[in-house]
Design a protein around this ligand. Sequence first.
Ligand code: NDP
Length: 332
Amino acid sequence: TRFYTLTDYPKGLPKRDLFKLTTQTLPELAEGEVRIRNRWLSVDPYMRGRMSGIRTYVEPFEIGKPMEGGAIGEVIASRDARLKEGDIVNHMGGWRDIAQLPAEGVTPLPDIDVPEQAYLGVLGMPGMTAWTGLNVIAECKPGDNVLVSAASGAVGSLAVQLARAKGCHVVGIAGAAHKLAWLESLGVEPVSYRNRDADELGDAIHLASPNGIDVYFENVGGDCLEAALSQLNEGARIAVCGMIDSYNAEQPTPGPRNLVQLVMRKAKMQGFIVTDHWDHYPEFLKEVAPQVAEGKLTYKETVKEGLESTPDAFLALFEGGNIGKMLVKLSP
Ligand code: NDP
């Protein structure tokens, strides 16, 4: 097997040479284990948190040990009664080509007519995050004015579409022109955050949503949060999904200058971690999967080729190098 390890915990944006590709011979398969040839690897912003060396809601990566992450692959050997050779499965043994792991955390893909890598994106953890943040945390209802940051990303692009499907007016913040164009094609009012300070971004959001904001789906933090706070309606709800703007910060970043808007607008702000809500996953799949299969909900992918591209794919997330879900495709 070939797998990535970290040689040290990074400060700031991780340097490329902190990621080391290692080759090892796998031991014989033990009882209850499976061996999987990975076909798709997921890289996600939350992995930066696992590189900090500190336990957050998930254990840090261990220096010199195989890194982990979502992956889709084919079972090539099994000593577990539930899984057999040829099964296509979802599991956490990513950042490597061949994974060998206990069968418990390995799930066969549901029988739905979608490409298998959709289970790392729109029908997987990011999709479930969008659905949970919007419905469970922000209690989004028809007619709400909704704002989403990092709106053309894996989570954001489903959040905006789910809100549109509810009959909401939706504003999406993104960087590059082609991302804004995609958002517009989805019926979303696109707003660029580039070359704008928090006040200017607030003005742009106001133009795009003159009746204010009832729901803010927060993926970015920083100026986006400050701009969103400036446009809140009374009783607004903010689902804090992520704050990618600060993931590479070397010092704690200052809070928004206008946090008092929460008081003025009697607004609610709540963070969440999707794994705590996984009991809703069947409900999510039942609602969202048919719409994805029928093309009513669309998604995009940015695909890098080959295991060696995994660190670059991960690092590109912090530079807006992806539209939709960032994936690594491994050759068979
Ligand atoms: P994305 O596909 O959205 O990729 C990240 C995107 O964020 C980039 O493409 C870029 O888009 C944007 N971005 C990066 N840096 C900045 C910045 N400094 N300012 C503004 N925008 C920036 O990733 P995901 O959909 O996987 O994740 C989105 C968010 O959701 C992240 O914050 C992540 O941590 C969070 N998350 C939280 C979960 C939870 O359980 N709470 C679970 C999964 C994800 P652009 O070109 O528009 O700048």
